[in-house]
Design a protein around this ligand. Structure first.
Ligand code: EPU
Length: 423
């Protein structure tokens, strides 16, 4: 297994591009299943999760061709051969559940392996299943699979009221509702930019949707959807770490394609910590010029709140902040696994349930550490950039699921970072 070697060496400066959003792409890709006509995505990120979704769609008989070094995905579902998402693929990536809504809506039937446990939390899929039921589907759980069946004549519009905000369940319900008969109202829907991007793409395909980006989305079902070409929205979770890099090391970095509206709550926290964030024609210019950052508290929440996917990286910044920061994780019950690794680097962190208290130290010290999940992996790299000496981050396959060319991008800013090939 490869590892990443980081040697802390002072301020970072320069300009780097931000990739298209993994989590938008992972819901835009299954949208191809809704139509016989081609769907082409541009600005796709080049990541192992995208390759996993490609394999899943291909296993259903969809054509998926990666072009322009993987930045363009040309897809067609005109001749699907299966409505069954097998365990062997689903177990590698939970976002596989996002084929459920589209398959059910177009074919009236779907079998999807239930995703198992996950390192960051239990992550059940009950809300996805309840949403399909609200559209008239019968759900049967057996052999580790959900067997979903639409009524004769297809899914029917209905009211889906989510008891808690779920990004994936909103996406599944939104896709399914586009082909359901009549009107569907999604209440307490997720408002993430990835949902807005999905709605924009579905509308280009002919769907009738209003209210995306608010907590009530209305969908008027149509007979069929057509083809479209769509550019994937900028990845706010790829953007976050590159904004934190100059915050943690000093310097000034421009993140091309970055926008404040994608990360308003995060930008406000950076501002409170003493990091300047300026939106320019090119993207976001981020700088830390005046000594240590100040400790700031963070509570993770659904959008537009502070994203759980940036909590680990923010914790890395707080490790060397001046003062005590309290980070509360409200989305996933086990998302502090990076804390013991950061402690190995000299951080002072106390975790009690869903709350981590970080008392900033002047300097972290390099150490061998282990990436425990995708977002934890990049937080350890950030910590390594700020540490004295060498940090080796092991298990970087987590990193490759969600971050494109991290070593190249950080090297371009002046960081000393390299990938070490495993034995
Ligand atoms: N939940 C349920 N039942 C459900 C669905 C969710 O109880 O049926 C709970 C979850 O366990 C969690 C909360 O609801 O406590 C919110 O989960 P959500 O459904 O919003 O998460 P998700 O759709 O599974 C997506 C992202 C995650 C990101 C979360 C929260 C994708 C592919 N994944 O997951 O991204 O953390 O939303 O914003 O879009 C990552 O990229 O590292 C990642 C984990």
């Amino acid at each position: 297994m490869d590892s990443i070697l980081v040697t802390g060496n002072g301020p970072l400066n320069g300009e780097i591009p931000i990739a298209g959003a993994k989590n938008a792409c992972l819901t835009l890709m299954p949208a191809t299943l809704l139509s016989e006509e081609p769907l082409t995505l541009t600005n796709a990120p080049r990541l192992s999760d995208i390759r996993t979704m490609t394999l899943l769609l291909q296993s259903l008989g969809a054509e998926v061709t990666a072009m322009n070094a993987g930045k363009v995905l040309a897809m067609s579902s005109h001749a699907l051969t299966s409505q069954r998402a097998e365990y062997d693929i689903v177990r590698k990536m939970r976002a596989s559940i996002l084929v459920l809504g589209p398959l059910l809506a177009r074919f009236g039937y779907a079998e999807v392996s239930l995703p198992g446990g996950c390192a960051i939390g239990a992550r059940p899929v009950d809300l996805h299943l309840k949403a399909m039921e609200a559209l008239g589907a019968e759900m049967d759980l057996r052999d580790g699979y959900v067997h979903a069946k639409a009524p004769a004549g297809g899914l029917k519009g209905g009211v889906v009221e989510f008891p808690l905000v779920s990004v994936g369940a909103t996406e599944n319900a939104l896709m399914a509702a586009t082909l359901a008969k009549g009107t569907t109202v999604l209440k307490n829907a997720a408002r993430e930019p990835e949902i807005v991007d999905l709605a924009h793409c579905l509308r280009k395909m002919g769907a009738q949707i209003s209210g995306e980006g608010t907590s009530t989305i209305e969908v008027q079902g149509v007979e069929r959807l057509g083809g479209a070409t769509h550019s994937v929205v900028t990845d706010r979770i790829d953007l976050g770490p590159y904004m934190l890099a100059p915050a943690i090391c000093g310097g000034e970095v421009t993140c091309r394609g970055g926008r404040i509206d994608l990360l308003q709550a995060f930008c406000e926290r950076l501002d409170a910590a003493g990091v300047s964030v300026e939106e320019t024609d090119k993207g976001l210019k981020v700088a830390r010029k005046n000594g240590r950052v100040k400790a700031v508290d963070v509570v993770t929440e659904p959008f537009p709140g502070f994203p759980t996917d940036l909590q680990a990286q923010m914790m890395a910044l707080m490790c060397t902040a001046d003062g005590k920061a309290v980070l509360e994780e409200k989305i996933f019950e086990n998302r502090f696994m990076h804390a013991p690794e950061l402690i190995r680097m000299g951080a002072r962190i106390d975790v009690h349930g869903g709350t981590a208290t970080v008392s900033g130290v002047e300097r972290l010290k390099g150490a061998p550490v282990m990436a425990t999940d995708l977002r934890a992996s990049v937080s350890l790299i950030l910590a390594g950039l700020a540490a004295e000496g060498e940090t080796i981050v092991n298990r970087v396959y987590h990193l490759d699921r969600g971050y494109e060319n991290v070593e190249e991008k950080l090297s371009a800013l002046g960081a000393r970072i390299e990938r070490v090939a495993g034995q």
